[in-house]
Each structure stands twice: as structure tokens, then as C-alpha cells.
Design a protein around this ligand. Sequence first.
Ligand code: ZN
Length: 226
Amino acid sequence: MRPIKRGPVPQGSDGENKVYTQYGQAKDDLKNSIGHFCSYCEMNICNQSDIEHVQPKSSNEVLINSWSNFLLACKSCNIIKSDNNDDRDGYVFPDEHNTSFLFEYNESGISVKDDLPEEVKTLALATFNLVSLNRKKDTAGRTDDRAFARLKSWQKAQVSLNDFLELPNEPAMVRQTARSCDGFFSMWLQVFSQYPEVKRLILEEVKGSAMECYDAQVKPIERLER
Ligand SMILES: [Zn+2]
């Protein structure tokens, strides 16, 4: 899960901090600040993005229109999460924690890493379950749209890796490879784990990546605090 830096409250044309009277007004600002990707599953949501309230709308009126409580989510993550968390306690969230080292990917999906410290694992698992991150089928029995898109992206990453390895020292190849990534950034970082220059560009190409969560080799720093 890509750790996200939302940035300060956007300013209006008058140079003052924007005040949102309806949370939907923040959508363009969010896309400009953190990219048009689900903050949880990392799927491209250019056409179907929801404003996600980290702390549910129902839990605190002040937070309904508060920039610091906004992320973007896909329909699935947003609907499944709903108002099932009372607040931020007991979970990890990509705008608050370093979520870069908690999950791992393979062809069949995503899972919480096994070798995490127990207390970190508990928090990661809570968030994993909060949005059913590895759900295979939706409630209508169809393939979960996130699982479908993630598998396509996984396959594309494998093909891209094979292409990349033909010319790994070519700067244009590095750029082209990084720009082939259109979501599921953490999964691509795992596939290209040996190639820091590709990983760096993948993260830099999308707005709002919290680069401080990665070391000089763009390896996730294994510490929840940031
Ligand atoms: Zn999602």
C-alpha cells in the first residue's frame, strides 16, 4: 500500500485555504495532490473515484469536509470499508503510517507479510480486512474488480520486467518501464525490487508518494512511524 502525502489544504484563487462546504468539491484537488488511484488497493480510478473519509462521515461531523480526513478510493474499497471503523485506532492508514512494507503480492493476490512484528501484523491485517483487500468475488458472485485489474497489472509487470532486462542500463528503457505502471505501485515495486531507478521513477511519476518511507535504494523502510 503506497504511503501517501496529501499535503496542506489547497489554496483558492484568493490565496486562502479552501473551505469545502461539500466534500465532493475536494475531488479534483485530491486527484492533483495524490493521483487518481485508490489509496487502499492502488487501482487506477480515473473514471470512478470516490472521496473516502478515513474516519467515517457518521463518526464526526467536523471531519465530513475536512481535507485531513480525505483520501480517494475505488467503489469496492469505499463501499466495503463503509463506516466499519470507528476512528483511526487499530488500523494502519496510508496517509498516516508507513504502509510500504506490510503487504506482498503474487499471481493469486495480495497478503499481509508473514514476518512482521506481531503488533504491526495485527494492525496491517485489520486494514486488510477493513477493505477486503484480497477479495476474489463481489457480492453478486462476479470477479472482484480489484482482483481482476490487479492480475492484469501483475501480468503486465512481468512482461515489462522481461522487456526491461533486455536493456536494463538504457535510461529511456527505465523511463518507459516506469511509465508502463498505471496503478498497483507497490506490486510493481516488488516486481522491480532489484532496480531502484525504476522504482524511484514509478513513485515520482504519481503525485503524493511519501518518499520518506523508502531508503536510498527505494526499499521500503520497515517502520510504521514516519
Ligand atoms: Zn480500492
